[in-house]
Write a protein that binds this ligand. Structure first.
Ligand SMILES: Cc1cc2nc3c(=O)[nH]c(=O)nc-3n(C[C@H](O)[C@H](O)[C@H](O)COP(=O)(O)O)c2cc1C
Length: 176
């Protein structure tokens, strides 16, 4: 089973998630490549695809959106899973009483559900370090109203990520 994990990351948090997913799949005996969406041209020849992106202002990164657009037929014809690295903080529900992970779904998920019929679409908590931010991200994240909803830190839940990846491996390569 050749599996591609394609990701779009701006500051590295999503890259870390993609690499961890790749490691879990490899440990489960799958042949895996973990690559940046920007670096991928022809993606034929894989048996399954996992595509992930950081979410900024409710949207996937442009590189991930372009990747899906370019490869929609190939992706739709194979088992595909999507993940998003988004909400920061540890709250389970937001101030409107909505599930934080549900509320953080990128706008693209509903479109991709119809286009790709993914076997799973998962939002993971993300991470950011204010010192690493550049340009308008830095100004935006420092605004008092935004600081409350964007606490800085690393909130990635590795056991959750690993168990999601393990369930994909089991689905692709059931234990005999
Ligand atoms: C300027 C800015 C905007 C963000 N917008 C969102 C958002 O709309 N929804 C969300 O869930 N997370 C948002 N986040 C959190 C990031 O998605 C999170 O930090 C992510 O893990 C970053 O991944 P990366 O390091 O791979 O780019 C935002 C972060 C910043 C700095």
């Amino acid at each position: 089973m050749r599996t591609l994990v394609a990701y779009a990351s701006k500051y590295g948090a999503t890259e870390g998630i993609a690499q961890r997913i790749g490691t879990v799949l490899q440990d489960k005996g799958l042949e895996v490549e973990v690559r940046r969406c920007e670096d991928l041209d022809d993606v034929s020849g894989y048996d399954a695809y996992i595509v992930g992106s950081a979410t900024y202002e409710f949207n996937w990164r442009k590189a991930a959106r372009r990747f899906v657009r370019r490869n929609v037929d190939e992706l739709a014809a194979h088992p595909v899973w999507l993940f998003s690295s988004g909400p920061v903080g540890t709250e389970q529900v937001d101030k409107n009483g909505q599930d934080v992970l549900k509320a953080a779904e990128p706008k693209q998920f509903s479109t991709y559900a119809d286009l790709l019929h993914p076997r799973g679409m998962q939002v993971f908590r993300g991470a950011f370090d204010h010192e690493k931010l550049r340009g308008s991200d830095r100004l935006f994240a420092w605004m008092p109203a935004i600081r409350d909803i964007l606490p800085q830190g690393d909130f990635r839940e590795w056991p959750v990520i690993e168990s999601w990846a393990a369930s994909i491996a089991d689905e692709l390569q059931p234990v005999r």
